[in-house]
Design a protein around this ligand. Structure first.
Ligand code: GLP
Length: 263
């Protein structure tokens, strides 16, 4: 696992956007060989989407042959609901780039048969050739996508009940009312994320410091599902200084020294 630390959120977003752009460009995607990108929602990726849009506008990046799979969607929200992740993605990213509508995949939170919707999502990922790079954020309780504490580390896409921690954290989008946050979500599983050829986790802010400490210094645990990254052969965490506040000084120094030697 690599841990790359930047002084602030702006630096994190610029670095991650350039990294994603570099991966896509070097892959040289075509219609026959598209680049398959997994994407998250939340406040953390907003700055990255902003930077990626800028790179597209400058003409240095194209999404014409990129296929995306979003991590999750609230159960029971229509795609055009103001807080649906579908709407979030179009309003903050997809509408501003040259991605083809048919290349965008987002779980349908209104599916009459959620189990079938989730199984078909897994099949669509397989049919696209698997995910090349999965970008992710992290919840305050260490969850990745909506894999709440206690999720099986081998889980696949399924419906998951949201924890109280998550409902409290996401209440800011629902008039500060945790009870207004949907009770469950459809989410890719930990196993689905682990199947990606590379996973890049973005962590920003002091409120994520406990989670980052558990993921980097703790053991692999179902209670901090993002710790699954310790078992991934190509895992990258990009964090700002604030998010490292609970790490040992020696841990921060260790990873900074390694990264300094890379260049
Ligand atoms: C939600 C999403 C996660 C995301 C997390 C953190 O729970 N399902 O994918 O990582 O929020 O979001 P934020 O970046 O807003 O803190």
């Amino acid at each position: 696992m690599r841990l790359i630390i930047h002084p602030d959120y702006t630096g994190v977003c610029r670095w991650v956007a350039c990294y994603i752009a570099g991966r896509i460009t070097r892959f040289a995607p075509t219609a026959a060989k598209p680049f398959v990108l997994g994407l998250p929602t939340g406040s953390t990726p907003l700055g990255i989407y902003h930077e990626l849009i800028s790179l597209y506008r400058e003409g240095s990046l194209s999404f014409a042959h990129v296929i995306t799979f979003n991590m999750d969607e609230y159960r029971g929200l229509k795609p055009d609901h103001p807080q649906s992740y579908n709407r979030f993605m179009w309003e903050n990213f997809f509408s501003f780039i040259d991605i083809k509508r048919d290349n965008v995949n987002i779980l349908n939170g209104m599916a009459a048969d959620p189990a079938r919707e989730c199984a078909e999502y897994e099949e669509r990922i397989q049919a696209a050739g698997g995910i090349e790079l999965f970008l992710g954020g992290i919840g305050v309780d260490g969850h990745i996508a909506f894999n709440e504490p206690g999720s099986s580390l081998r889980s696949r896409t399924r419906e998951k009940t949201l924890s109280l921690d998550t409902k409290r954290a996401n209440a800011r989008f629902f008039n500060q009312n945790p009870d207004a946050v949907p009770a469950s979500a459809l989410t890719v599983g930990v196993g689905t994320i682990m199947d990606a050829r590379e996973v890049l986790l973005v962590v920003s802010g002091y409120n994520k410091a406990r989670a980052l400490q558990a993921v980097v210094e703790g053991g692999v645990s179902q209670m901090w599902t993002a710790s699954c990254l310790q078992l991934h052969e190509r895992a990258l965490i990009v964090a700002d200084e604030a998010a490292t506040d609970e790490l040992k000084v020696a841990t921060v120094r260790y990873f900074k020294t390694i990264e300094a030697r890379q260049y």
